[in-house]
Ligand binder design. Structure first.
Ligand SMILES: [Zn+2]
Length: 522
């Protein structure tokens, strides 16, 4: 590929990050001391009470961290209405610092003041002035203890109480004595404005007035298609916060309670938010809930393949029970390979089929379609702006958020570049965009993205061929075998099925082990 589309290829987040990190050279070999990839864990406020309030508990935690290659810890100040004891937090912080760990704080905004009418007893009503005051006090307390504070992914609201409803209809957000206009009168409009304004004043403002050095990390949940409905506004919040974090906790697709999310989602969301956050994108976060050892390690692989600089293992207490110990045992065995892959991923940009999800876009009947398309062995290059310069692209109903879509897509198609478009979007663009062109393929989703997992290999081979040709590649493989391509010809193939997969990449026959991966670096 030596055409102008090269400028569009995505560079690894870590390469961007290295430009702005202060790296102390080590004298011996002249290398930097910046680790290739950091593993971290989090002690919830309840873990602080249960595990970090005795010397023996702290000793055990330090030992576990060292055995797990964890070099950074987040010690949480508040969760579920409970605020951890100041003396216990400070002592744990000192012990970890003395043992050579990086130490940061965390706040989880659950059971803060007035309950939401939505997720009752967990999520709060931030229209309520007393709840805003309580929130501010929590962040002042946390900023008095730590110079970096993660905010777990409950920083949203689904409240529709009479006070919220009146403010929504009045199109006005009130924070303290300040009033801010809201662009529209939908719940989405109100909640996004509310969370942006409350973040600025009661979280960022409050924390930085207390401790001017403090950096706040907003951790986005894994449910990216619904962010805006509950007030996660990825453009303005990413601009406002110092660092962003990405939920890559896909868990086990078959799990009765936590299932339904395919593994590729972790890769998609990490790359998509990475494109929005650039060097602000700090890392990924996954947990043990609803996992097996295999899916736990798959979460780690997808996080690293997506260019994360750090993997946060949530959380210490949870990882001591249920499937946690077995998950951690499997992870420990894989850490040398994961770090080796992280090092390679950071060195080279990916190439792929542009997958366009504008910020705050609506999934309609194609919820999380990108995750399922990635499971088809189509290497995606997620993006939040129209990929005019991409060599090939995939479009779903999400793209309708772009008011200029019809003209931009018409130009893209007219350029002769291969396009894959969902049946749902094709229907919506009928009469506006000429889709009867040889370079356009329509993907039959019928409002059921998960049905894509049933597509037979023969259909997939035909589907992939023109799209991959534009990337200078060819791939024959069963469903649920994902492909990751890099500009220098390096590749990774990951098999999410329970049987070995016979594949053919660029004419070369390979076998990918069941629930395993192959990686080749040039
Ligand atoms: Zn409310």
């Amino acid at each position: 590929m030596r055409d102008r589309s090269e400028v569009w290829f995505l560079f690894p987040l870590s390469a961007l990050a290295m430009l702005c990190l202060c790296c102390a050279p080590t004298a011996a070999r002249g290398e930097t001391s910046t680790p290739v990839h950091v593993f971290s864990t989090l002690f919830t406020a309840q873990d602080v009470r249960g595990h970090l309030s005795t010397e023996q508990g702290i000793d055990a935690a330090i030992d576990w961290c060292k055995k797990t290659s964890v070099t950074k810890v987040y010690i949480e100040v508040f969760r579920d209405g409970y605020q951890a004891d100041r003396a216990a937090l400070l002592h744990a912080k000192e012990r970890f610092l003395a043992a050579g760990f990086a130490v940061s704080g965390c706040v989880t905004t659950t059971k803060v003041g007035k309950s939401s009418t939505g997720w009752k007893g967990t999520i709060s009503c931030y229209t309520d002035p007393a709840t805003q005051e309580k929130l501010q006090a929590i962040f002042e307390y946390a900023a008095g203890l730590f110079d970096e504070i993660m905010i777990d992914d409950f920083w949203f609201t689904d409240c529709a109480c009479p006070d919220c409803d009146a403010a929504r209809r009045a199109k006005t957000v009130t924070v303290g004595s300040q009033k801010y206009p809201v662009a529209g009168d939908t719940w989405e409009d109100y909640r996004c404005e509310l969370m942006v304004r409350v973040s600025r004043d009661r979280v960022l403002g409050a924390a930085k007035r207390t401790n001017p050095k403090v950096r706040l990390i907003i951790k986005y949940p894994q449910w990216y298609d619904n962010f805006h409905e509950r007030g996660y506004e990825v453009i303005r919040e990413t601009a406002d916060f110092d660092i962003i974090w990405v939920g890559t906790e896909t868990r086990d697709y078959q799990d009765k309670r936590w299932g339904g999310t395919v593994q590729y989602e972790a890769y998609f969301i990490m790359r998509w938010l990475g494109g929005i956050g650039g060097p602000k994108c700090g890392g990924g976060w996954f947990d043990w809930l609803g996992t097996t050892e295999r899916t736990y390690v798959e979460q780690a692989r997808q996080t690293i393949l997506a260019g994360a600089r750090e993997s946060t293992l949530f959380c210490y207490g949870g990882l001591q029970r249920d499937t946690g110990p077995k998950d951690v045992e499997a992870l420990r065995a894989n850490i040398p390979e994961l770090i080796a892959v992280a090092k390679e991923v950071q060195r080279r940009p990916i190439i792929g089929i542009a997958a366009y999800k504008p910020a705050n876009s609506h999934p309609e009947g194609e919820s999380r379609i990108f995750d399922f398309v990635g499971m088809l062995g189509l290497p995606l290059a997620p993006c939040h702006e129209f990929p005019a310069d991409a060599p090939a692209a995939f479009f779903s109903v999400h793209a309708l958020k772009d008011a200029g879509l019809a003209a931009k897509l018409s130009a893209f198609i007219a350029a002769g570049k291969p396009v894959l478009i969902t049946d749902g979007l094709a229907q919506r663009l009928s009469g506006q965009v000429d889709l009867a062109r040889p370079n356009v393929q329509v993907l039959s989703v019928k409002g059921k993205p998960k049905s894509l997992l049933d597509l037979p290999e023969g259909d997939l081979t035909a589907l992939r061929a023109p799209l991959l040709r534009a990337l200078g590649a060819s791939f024959v493989a069963p469903n649920q075998v994902a492909l990751y391509l890099f500009r220098d010809g390096s590749y990774v193939i990951e098999n999410f099925t329970d049987v070995p997969a016979a594949v053919e990449l660029n004419g070369k026959r390979l076998t990918v082990p069941a629930r395993g991966w192959l990686h080749q670096w040039n």
